[in-house]
Design a binder for this molecule. Structure first.
Ligand code: AGP
Length: 364
């Protein structure tokens, strides 16, 4: 992959289109079918050390933080280690308790984000073990961490992250699988997740091939005054990232909420000029999510659902292919990258260089 646009009108469009290949690259050479696990040579952590981890704390900023939220859920689900993610920009200022049994993970596309680097340096000073999930090889965060997983997304030029976000989530799935298989994740579950990972590139290509339908929808949603993004559990980080991306490049105000929180306040915002994008995977929470769609409809809200099947209560549904439920967030984010892109295009925005933003914030 190179630094030219390769026939696309923007780097963002090129980078969205490259995702099937990028995911193929983050998986390549890492899957170990014999033991239904993955090999991550750069972790610098043997099985005994990995088994001693009692908690995982993931730190990053912006889209990297959102990918970290997906990572924390994957680690809890597959490895059954308590895990959470926090903005590195907050963590570094709150004199957090640094726990020797916690594995800290810094996430960054550039590897140069100052807030994330400062959090790593503070953790290292206090004796913590810190891994990096980083895209740029040899970057400051990659150098300062004890080991990690390279994301192998290739160069990402557009200010907003697309392929690196997706690859980071996949890198976390690999790490979660590795940590799970040296704990209690069964061979059968290991194989199930590996099969799911292998399906991702073709499924991503299928979503991207449906771009025209999303472009048609975006022409309509571009008129919105504000947009709401909602998801439950696995869907919530997808909502956060989709909302950030829309804001960054279209300048339409957007909010992301856990679907369960709507009735605790933000439902007051719902009206026809404030459409909702709802993440509705066909998992054990599907009935709860459908009830949320009904609540929104009852307030005359318009709904765009991202789901595995057409949603009766939604005005429009973008159907994504099924995979293993743990991997749903990876696929469900992709149509929403396209929604942000086409909304910004319809509004004539400078997509690769949105106002007021830099690709990486390397200063205080
Ligand atoms: C660009 O504005 C991104 N959306 C931004 O949130 C970015 O993810 C963040 O600044 C962190 O960058 P990094 O991944 O290079 O550390």
């Amino acid at each position: 992959e190179s630094y030219d646009m390769g026939g696309h009108d923007t780097f963002m469009h090129k980078e969205i289109a490259e995702q099937a290949d990028a995911v193929d690259r983050v998986l390549r050479g890492r899957i170990d079918d014999r033991f239904a696990t993955v090999r991550l040579g750069g972790l610098n952590m043997d099985a005994r050390e990995a088994r001693a981890v009692r908690r995982v704390k993931i730190l990053g900023c912006g889209s990297a933080y959102h990918a970290g939220l997906i990572g924390a859920q994957l680690i809890e689900e597959l490895a059954r280690i308590p895990a959470d993610a926090e903005p590195a920009s907050e963590f570094r200022y709150r004199n957090a308790v640094v726990d020797p049994d916690t594995l800290y993970i810094a996430v960054s596309q550039s590897g140069e984000t100052y807030d994330t680097l400062a959090a790593v340096q503070e953790l290292k000073r206090k004796g913590a073990r810190v891994l990096g999930v980083v895209n740029v090889v040899g970057s400051a965060i990659a150098r300062e961490t004890d080991g990690g997983v390279y994301v192998h997304a290739g160069p990402e030029v557009c200010v907003v992250s697309t392929k690196c976000f997706t690859n980071t989530a996949v890198a976390f799935a690999l790490l979660a699988l590795h940590l799970g298989r040296i704990r209690d994740l069964s061979v059968a579950d290991g194989k199930r997740v590996i099969e799911g990972l292998r399906k991702l590139p073709a499924q991503i290509a299928e979503i991207v091939a449906n771009e025209d339908r999303i472009a048609a929808l975006a022409a309509d949603y571009a008129q919105a005054k504000s947009m709401m993004f909602v998801g439950r559990v696995r869907g919530y980080p997808v909502a956060l990232e989709a909302s950030l991306k829309l804001k960054e490049i279209s300048y339409i105000h957007a909010e992301a909420y856990p679907a369960s929180e709507l009735k605790h306040g933000p439902l007051a915002l719902i009206e026809p000029a404030v459409p909702t994008v709802a993440i509705v995977p066909d998992d054990d929470l599907v009935d709860k999510n459908r009830a949320t769609l009904e609540e929104i409809k009852a307030r005359s809200g318009r709904i765009l659902a991202v789901a595995h099947t057409e949603q009766e209560k939604a005005d429009h549904t973008v159907v994504v292919p099924r995979n293993e439920p743990e991997l749903d967030p990876i696929l469900m984010g992709i149509p929403l990258q396209l929604l942000a892109y086409h909304t910004a295009l319809a509004l004539g925005r400078d997509i690769d260089k949105p106002r007021n933003l830099a690709k990486s914030v390397t200063v205080e």
